[in-house]
Every structure is written in C-alpha cells, then in structure tokens.
Design a protein around this ligand. Structure first.
Ligand SMILES: [Zn+2]
Length: 475
C-alpha cells in the first residue's frame, strides 16, 4: 500500500480551517496531525508539499449529463472526457443521471448507463435514476434499484411528451420513494405553460436565442416549485429541487424549509455568474451558448444576488453544474449541435458545459469576492452534496477513515478561462474571459494522484461505481 504525506498545508473542511499534515495509506486518510508533530515523510512513498496551499476534500458534482441524447444530438462529453475534465477542475466524484424513457424498463435504462460509464471514468461515479415513465412496473423497480445504490429519482414537470410526468404520476412516484427511504429530485418548471408561450413566441417571429428566457418567466419556475413542495409534503418524501434560477422559486423553498420540511435546493454557476442581457441576448446566434433550462435570467430582476444570499444563508444547499455541453460551431465528430436551433430557438439543445469550472469559479466569485466563506465554499461544492446523496463521510470531508479524495488548492495561481484553457470536449467556456485567482495544484482520487502540474496523470477506468445510501441531510 502506497503511503502519501500531504505536508505543510491548511486543511479546510465545511467546519474547520487547521494547519495540518495528512497521512494517506492506500486509498484512505489514516491520520491528521499538526505540522511536523510526526515524521511521516520517512518511509513515505510520496510527499506532497502543500505549504501556502489549501488542502480540501475533492469536489462533488451531483448533477452531470454525459453522453445524454437531447434534441436530436448527444451531450458532447462522454464519461471519459467528462470525468477527466472534472478531475482537472478539482472534482473527484460525479453523480450522473441514468435515464428511463417512455416504454422502457428502469433497470434497462440503468444498465445502459452503467455500460456507458464502466471502464471509462477518471474519478468515482454514481447514478440518480430519471423516471420517465411512471407505471406499476416502474414503481416496483424503484424499490429494487435501491439495492444497486441508486437512492434518488428525478422527475420532470417540464418537457411534455418527452420526460414529463403529470401530478398523478409524480405523486405515485413520490409515495414509492417515501416508502423506500429515497429522495425525489425535481426539474421544477411548468412545461405545459412554457410550451404555450414558446408556440406563441415563434408565431410572432421571435426566434432568436434570447426568447428562450422570455418564454420561461419566473412564475413558470416558482409555480412548479410550490406544487412540487405541496405534493412532496403530502407524500412525506424528501424533495431536492435541481438548478434553481428564479428568486421567486427559492422564496417558495425557504418558506417550506422554515416550516421544517425536508426540502432542499441547488443552483449552478451559470445562474450566479451569467445573465440574460449580456449572454443570452448576445448579438447574432451567440446567445445559443447560454441556452439551458431553467433559463439564465435577467440581471435587472435581481436573481443573481438573491441566489448568492440564499447560498450564504443555507436557503440553498448545493452548487452543481447540470453539465450538458454542446458544440457551438459544427464539429467534425459531433456534427451540428447548438446550431440546430439557428432560426428557431426552440430547437437549440438545452445545456451548458461546466463540470470543469465549478470549483474555481465558486472560489473566485464566492470566496475571493467575499460572498461566501472558505468553509462554505467547501460545504456547497463537496460536503453538502456528499451528505444529501448518501456518500458521507467516505466522500465530502477530510477525516480519518475517509477516502483520500483530496485537492491541494493553490490560492496564488491565476489563469483565465477560454476555449483554450478547458479540457472538456466542447468549443467554448461559458466563463470565457473570467480571471481566476486560484487553481487545483494536485488532485488525488482515492489516494492516487490524477492531476499534477496541469497534467492529467491518471488512467481511464480509475473511477469506481459508488453505491449510495440514504440522504444524510434530512431533519
Ligand atoms: Zn440536468
């Protein structure tokens, strides 16, 4: 078993900031002590100098979509390129979404996605299950798949005719999840109303990317959040609302949490850093780069500031990416992606690349710019995701017995995001031009160094499938 010492750094967890050395034996953290109290370097196979650096738990992105079919194409990152880019950005665990489509069995969808990931991942990975066809058979399989470590099920109030479930279907799935001790994740947007608004907009000749946002106004999100909470309360099931972008929706969540309900929410960097005026309304077709659902909202409406405050107060618990990148310009391999929607915004594949940038942009915009503390940064990017989705304390913290998923983070480094500085399989960064004053220096996945000196040194297949337990964030 290889022994590694991370020496001289500042260990930062969700709750503590301490000057400490960390001893790793094989895949686990076996000891933590004040600097140089023990001479762990003698006999160590590897010593990592962390002087002047933060030693943090590897980030966890519980919302990615690799190789997902969408709108006639596929997300451009597969599990190999996506998890490698994640590692570059300091993310050492992802939880992706296996998909059950209409007419298919849940277990068939799960096996399809397991096959896509197996042997290809650079870091550890798990799956949530998208239930796209609620019926008697699906409800039975929701109970069975818990044995495979799938303890969260995602439903859609959006995308009628594709992944959409009506209130009755949602309620039945919620009852089943409550019985199994699992969590319901919700894409909370009123897709029926949105489809009416889209049809009317296109009828008026409003076909530019910017109309993607105007046809999904905040009320279409907050109404769905409110309804999802009501149904979850009725069914007695924990609810996790994905990719929240409207302040009105977060307000609904806050009211429910104040009543003591087990409801939780995430937002994503694109909603914290990007806006409709500068990005989605960019001249020409450029705005297509920023088309995702829920939409990126107008700065003038004050959502961004509200979301940051909600994160700082724990009204929102997690920052994940909803990574779903598509090439902006036609690509040799992937073909036409974003440009499928030229002349009609309703045909633009929904999603942004982002699995690589999250930890860094949250450090810059959150910690450096004073919106959240260093510990809160670790909490929203790693610890809360681990607890919410049943992976703690193997993942999400630096403690004796935890997996040695560790990022040695250099607060002195600086670089600028652009298409040239990313490693995802896509032709743009949503954070193009953003200067970052910090960077993962060394990234370890279960004790093995996978990124150092800006180079990926792991191998595909290093990542292991994670069987997850019940949520550990419930009240
Ligand atoms: Zn998603």
């Amino acid at each position: 078993m290889a022994r590694t010492v991370i020496r001289g750094g500042t260990v930062v967890t969700a709750t503590e900031t301490t000057s400490a050395d960390v001893l790793i034996d094989g895949e686990k953290i076996v000891a933590i002590a004040a600097h140089d109290v023990h001479d762990w370097t003698t006999g160590a196979d590897r010593v990592i100098d962390a002087a002047g650096k933060y030693v943090i738990p590897g980030a966890i992105d519980i919302h990615t979509h690799f190789e997902l079919p969408f709108g006639g194409t596929f997300v451009s990152d597969n599990f190999e390129s996506g998890t490698r880019a994640a590692a570059y950005g300091g993310t050492t665990t992802i939880v992706d979404f296996a998909v059950q489509v209409k007419g298919e069995r849940i277990m068939d969808g799960f096996e399809t996605w397991m096959r896509k990931a197996e042997g290809n991942c650079a870091i550890d990975y798990g799956f949530h299950m998208i239930v796209g066809d609620v019926n008697d058979e699906s409800l039975k399989e929701m109970a069975i798949i818990v044995g495979d470590g799938v303890t969260s099920f995602k439903l859609f109030m959006a995308y009628p005719g594709v992944l959409y479930s009506d209130d009755g279907e949602i309620y039945r799935a919620m009852q089943q999840a409550a019985e199994n001790g699992t969590t319901i994740m919700m894409h909370a947007e009123n897709g029926i109303i949105i489809d009416v608004l889209r049809e009317q907009a296109v009828g008026r000749g409003e076909t530019d990317p910017k109309y993607h946002t105007t046809t999904r106004p905040p009320a279409t999100e907050s109404e769905a959040v409110h309804r999802a909470i009501a149904l979850a309360e009725l069914a007695g099931v924990p609810l996790y609302v994905v990719h929240m972008s409207a302040k009105e929706g977060v307000h609904e969540l806050t009211l429910a949490r104040d009543r003591g309900l087990n409801v939780f929410g995430e937002t994503c960097p694109q909603y914290l850093f990007l806006n409709w005026e500068d990005h989605v309304s960019a001249p020409g077709f450029e705005g297509a780069k920023y088309v995702c659902s829920t939409p990126i909202r107008p700065r003038s409406e004050g959502h961004q500031e509200y979301l940051w405050n909600a994160l700082a107060r724990d009204d929102l618990q997690i920052v994940s990416t909803d990574h779903a990148g598509f090439f902006y310009d036609d690509d040799e391999t992937m073909g036409r992606q974003k440009r499928l929607g030229e002349g009609n915004f309703t045909l633009i594949p929904n999603g942004l690349p982002g699995v690589e940038e999250r930890l860094n942009v949250m450090y810059q915009g959150g910690v450096i710019e004073g919106r959240i503390s260093l510990n809160r940064w670790v909490e929203v990017c790693s610890t809360a995701p681990a607890k919410m989705f049943g992976m703690y304390p193997a993942k999400g913290t630096i403690a004796v017995g935890s997996d040695a998923d560790i990022v040695v983070y250099d607060p002195e480094a600086s670089f600028t995001y652009s298409a040239e500085t990313i490693h995802m399989n896509v032709d743009y960064s949503a954070y193009d031009g953003m200067e970052i004053n910090g960077k993962p220096d060394t990234v370890l996945s279960r004790g093995k160094v996978v990124v150092e000196n800006d180079r990926y040194v792991g191998r595909k297949g290093d990542g292991r499938y994670l069987k997850r337990g019940p949520s550990q964030l419930l009240r």
